[in-house]
Design a protein around this ligand. Sequence first.
Ligand SMILES: NC(=O)c1ccc[n+]([C@@H]2O[C@H](COP(=O)([O-])OP(=O)(O)OC[C@H]3O[C@@H](n4cnc5c(N)ncnc54)[C@H](OP(=O)(O)O)[C@@H]3O)[C@@H](O)[C@H]2O)c1
Length: 328
Amino acid sequence: MKTKIHWGIIGLGKIAHKFAQDLRQVPDAKLHAVASTDRERANAFAEQYHAQYAFGSYEAILNCPHLDVVYVATPHVLHHSVVMMCLRRRIPVLCEKPLAMNTKEVRKMIDTARQNYTFFMEAMWSQFVPAFRKTLELIQAGAIGRPLSIKADFCSKFTYNLESRAFNKELGGGALLDIGIYPVMLSLAVFGKPKTVQALATFGESGVDYSCATNFQYENGAIFMGHSSMMHNSRIEASIYGDKGVLHLPSRFHHPKTILWEKEDGSVETINMPFDGHGYQFEAAHVTHCLKTNELESPIMSHQFSLDLIGLLDAVRAEIGLVYPNHD
Ligand SMILES: NC(=O)c1ccc[n+]([C@@H]2O[C@H](COP(=O)([O-])OP(=O)(O)OC[C@H]3O[C@@H](n4cnc5c(N)ncnc54)[C@H](OP(=O)(O)O)[C@@H]3O)[C@@H](O)[C@H]2O)c1
């Protein structure tokens, strides 16, 4: 078994820096290579994080020696093409969320990974953050009885720049795909697939949803209420209500360090699960482990979960009438 898994990063923007910082915490992983559309940015990034190789194009990293896996951190609209390029060369991939722009693209990526016997996972990092995992375990164990509803918000006032990734439709902009995905992911992790999807959105001048509210209803009567906006802040909290208690995930619920467990008798137990860094080390450690043990798919963040998640985002987009012309 290899002692260290050699990571590459494609697309050297904001999240790539945070990931590279957290990767330092994973003992059996090292940053080996980086690829950017800009050679100088690649060189500077490689120097900053001590990567051996720097490439001035995404294609070039495909020929990098001793590369075990790449982390794709480009805007969403490029995920499909960049990931396909890697998977066809049998290079394992961890790709940022949303995995692609729609189900059609995600299905092709998963099919290609399977045909090439190559590991592929969506970087839905929350699923690996200890307090988030503990929350799901508590629900499974009946800590709040029967879960009946979820409220979750993710609103963040973004700098208003129509050219930026968040607002630009050509780059896959919009609140739902960027941050609304987290409340939706929580609903899927707790309740599974809903029977009814309702949504409302406010579109801005760039033609994408600046705010989006989602309501799902389930076969068993449970209800999910989610909210995302790029125009104002919110507390970024989630509460999962059951008939015997409540689990509160204080800010920021998608990478929590604390769980407030409100019990049937009204008492509240605080569960603290602190960690250093941003929280990306947990998904990186998981992928590193999967590769060392020759897994082709994560047992935690499965292909089916990614398909269900993008399916829900497609359903919400159909409700609000949000189309990405080069993809849909
Ligand atoms: N997991 C999380 O917590 C989290 C947080 C933020 C974002 N994300 C996801 O990560 C992805 C990247 O987000 P980010 O915030 O890092 O974005 P960003 O800062 O805008 O960086 C994206 C990078 O992609 C590359 N790129 C290639 N073509 C581009 C184009 N036409 N326009 C802009 N950039 C282009 C650029 O890097 P090079 O020129 O170096 O190739 C750019 O620096 C998104 O899919 C987003 O949903 C995840």
